[in-house]
Design a protein around this ligand. Structure first.
Ligand code: R2B
Ligand code: URA
Length: 309
């Protein structure tokens, strides 16, 4: 196996565990992960999830199910993978599938939605005593100045002001958190992409916004109070600041995973070039093929890490 074991600074065994930073959690005699329909008393979380090494998250439930089925085939697991069950079937907030050491979970759209899921997912990994976990967001995005269909691996997630920070409102305070991602993981993923033919991939900054329309300079929302010139000026300044794509979850994802000891990456395909257009008018087939690109890259990466190719 060419899986690299990184010596960890925090534990004696060289294992990297998943941290929660909440003094109240230990004192609770039961923890109900409400939005996942799981709990510490109702489920044996170490038995169900203790072997998880890779967690892949993405917005759409159907796409994350398709990814789980794809991983099932790629890992050559038993059974046909079609009947793979949704572990969170008791809730329709999120869906979750497990194929061997790979967990596939949907997070919905936007910072609030992914953040709720991440709180419960991180507690889940902690309760299950998982170690050496890599987490990857595979998603869609709008590109800036790059060809549609390109895959962007995020080096830094930035906010709407092009700053590498996530501002979390806690009670009535604003706490600024770092949005740094694992640089080595990003480079490993880029190297992995080079082995796939016709697979345009680059490393760049990813801008994360609170809104798809006004927040991203779309001229086609129900509300638009800026000119085409202002839109282009903003997107060009973003490009100059190193931004190559825009989506809606990366800053909080980077911040929370970083604080909890998870090796994290963001890999998004671009559906359009925002310097050229606002409307996504790809045919169904092209859209499906584009959305499979991050899945293909991550599947190859995971197989490599597991020593399967
Ligand atoms: C990318 O695509 C979605 C909006 O269409 C959003 O979840 C994101 O980050
Ligand atoms: N997702 C986004 O957040 N923006 C786009 O332009 C396309 C997909």
């Amino acid at each position: 196996s060419n899986r690299r074991m990184r010596p960890d600074k925090n534990t004696y065994e060289g294992k990297r565990s998943v941290y929660v930073k909440n003094p109240y959690l230990d004192a609770m005699d039961e923890d109900i992960l409400y939005h996942l329909d799981l709990g510490t008393k109702t489920h044996n979380l170490p038995a169900m999830f203790g072997d998880v090494k890779f967690v892949c998250v993405g917005g759409s439930p159907n796409r994350m199910k398709a990814f789980a089925q794809f991983m099932h085939k790629e890992l050559q697991l038993e059974g046909d993978g079609e009947g793979i069950e949704d572990i969170c079937a008791g809730t329709d907030r999120y869906c979750m599938f497990k194929t061997g050491p790979v967990l596939s979970i949907s997070h919905g759209m936007g910072i609030p939605s992914i953040s709720i899921m991440l709180h419960e997912l991180i507690k889940l990994l902690h309760h299950a005593r998982c170690c050496d976990v890599t987490i990857i967001r595979i998603g869609t995005s709008g590109g800036i100045g790059i060809a549609p269909g390109s895959v962007v691996i995020t080096d830094i997630a930035v906010d709407s002001f092009f700053k590498p920070r996530f501002e979390q409102v806690i009670l009535d305070n604003v706490v600024t958190r770092s949005t740094e991602l694992d640089k080595e993981l990003a480079t490993d993923l880029l190297n992995c992409s080079r082995e796939i033919p016709n697979f345009p991939t680059l490393i760049g900054h990813t801008m994360c916004t609170y809104d798809f329309y006004e927040g991203q300079g779309h001229l086609d929302g129900a509300l638009c109070s800026f000119s085409r010139e202002k839109k282009l000026d903003y997107l060009k300044r973003a490009y100059k600041a190193g931004v190559r794509n825009i989506e809606m979850e990366s800053t909080v994802f980077a911040a929370m995973c970083g604080l909890c000891g998870l090796r994290a990456a963001v890999v998004c395909v671009t559906l359009l070039d925002r310097l050229e257009s606002d409307q996504i008018n790809l045919s169904h087939d092209v859209l499906v093929e584009y959305q499979q690109r991050p899945q293909l890259l991550i599947s190859n990466f995971i197989k490599k890490q597991l020593g399967l190719c």
